[in-house]
Each structure stands twice: as structure tokens, then as C-alpha cells.
Design a protein. Structure first.
Length: 121
């Protein structure tokens, strides 16, 4: 059986230097926060719902996730705070949508990957 590690320690100095120069620690930190926010199953469900519909009001989201509007609002505020969602007011209703196409693509690609790996019906 083969091991999934190197049997000796060596590295390509040119590649390592190039990669290190391209990695910005602040960007890594900020990007980590996106994944932390989406790691919560309820927030991921909300974000995915917002890829299926352009926008949803807080009451719609509460029904999708099976919660109170207060709980839905809390999760939506978290998505907004991290720059993943935005909202607009229309009278007494607050409608949320994903911030931009990058966020939608990130979520869509993650779900497409899962569907390729497993057979969901």
C-alpha cells in the first residue's frame, strides 16, 4: 500500500518562493471569514436559497429555514456583515439578495461539486 506522503523532504524553491509571494495573509484571513460564515448549515441554506431566487424577504427566508423572523434576520445580518448579502427596504418589508455574482458562483460551484460526488434526488 502506498503512503500519501513524501518519503523524503525536499521542495522546489522556485515554486515555493513564487507561491509565497502571491499569498496575502490579510486576504487569507478575510476569505477564511467567508467560509466560516457559510460553514453554518442555516446560513448556507439561506445563501443557497438566494441563488435559487434573486431576492427573498425576511419572512420568506424564515419559512425556508423553518424559523422565526428574528432568527432569519440574525442570519441575514451575519451574511450582510460579511459582505455576502445586501438588502433593500420596500415599505415594511426587507428583501435580501446576494451581494454579487462572485458570491453566487462560489455557492453554486460548491453545490455542483457535491451533486457530482453524490447522488441526491
Amino acid at each position: 500500500m502506498s503512503k500519501d506522503t513524501c518519503d523524503v523532504f525536499c521542495f522546489d524553491e522556485k515554486k515555493v518562493t513564487s507561491v509565497k509571494e502571491q499569498i496575502n495573509d490579510n486576504m487569507i484571513k478575510d476569505t477564511t471569514m467567508i467560509f466560516k460564515v457559510l460553514a453554518d448549515p442555516t446560513r448556507l441554506k439561506i445563501a443557497y436559497a438566494l441563488t435559487l431566487e434573486r431576492e427573498l424577504c425576511v419572512c420568506d427566508v424564515a419559512n425556508v429555514i423553518g424559523s422565526s423572523t428574528a432568527t432569519a434576520s440574525h442570519h441575514l445580518r451575519t451574511l450582510k456583515k460579511q459582505g455576502l448579502a445586501q438588502y433593500r427596504k420596500e415599505g415594511k418589508l426587507a428583501f435580501y439578495h446576494l451581494d454579487d455574482h462572485h458570491v453566487k458562483e462560489l455557492i453554486t460551484i460548491a453545490f455542483e461539486h457535491q451533486y457530482e460526488e453524490k447522488d441526491y434526488e
